[in-house]
Design a protein around this ligand. Sequence first.
Ligand SMILES: C[S@@+](CC[C@H](N)C(=O)[O-])C[C@H]1O[C@@H](n2cnc3c(N)ncnc32)[C@H](O)[C@@H]1O
Length: 221
Amino acid sequence: MKFLQFKVLLVVFAVFCAACVGENRIERSSGNANTNVNIPVVDPAATPPANTVMVDMVEPELDVPYVPTHEMVVDEMLKMAQVTGNDVLYDLGSGDGRIPITAAQRFGTRGVGIDLNPQRIREANANAEKAGVTDKVRFIEGDLFETDFSEATVVTLYLLPSVNLKLKPKLLEMKPGTRVVSHNYNMGDDWKPEQTRTIKTPAGSTHYVYFWRVPERSGAK
Ligand SMILES: C[S@@+](CC[C@H](N)C(=O)[O-])C[C@H]1O[C@@H](n2cnc3c(N)ncnc32)[C@H](O)[C@@H]1O
């Protein structure tokens, strides 16, 4: 009798142990087959192992979506600003870096691109490498509203009307004579462009390029 009781106790203990092991196991059904997936229990407060690579998956909050400037428009922007090898060109929201890279290739211009999106910065650096102009251009991952671009002699923009208007006071604080070129969007009624050009691409899209020079302080608004 006692031996039987011991056997029953042993079975109960075995069932209890099996239940404990099963706590860390989630049974999932996929299609017709039942698959057992072992999911480790993670303590959210635990420090990751030393060799863990932390990847920031949070998308930056952009003021402007990425749309690259057509190369015909890039050419016109550089032509209107009369960019030379003595200039320092800043592209605010530089995307894949095409504007500073083209200026460096054609005229030997030193260029800086600022973009909030790390993916765009990686593309721009790869493009600069391919174009052989890494000694002339660099790309800064940052917010165009928080990054200093006061050393620029030429500023290029392809943003949005509201973003141009928000940027205008900062542009008007730049050294008088600094050239500003904008793809498609102007600076509102109180800062008229010196020149405006229209470009039609072979695919049929129409683009506008606006050119300004930062005025002497007394004339600035
Ligand atoms: C319309 S695309 C122009 C790209 C490039 N300048 C060109 O003309 O091909 C605008 C770029 O601005 C970047 N951007 C948006 N908001 C920004 C911000 N606050 N600071 C810096 N870059 C920003 C986007 O990631 C995008 O690459």
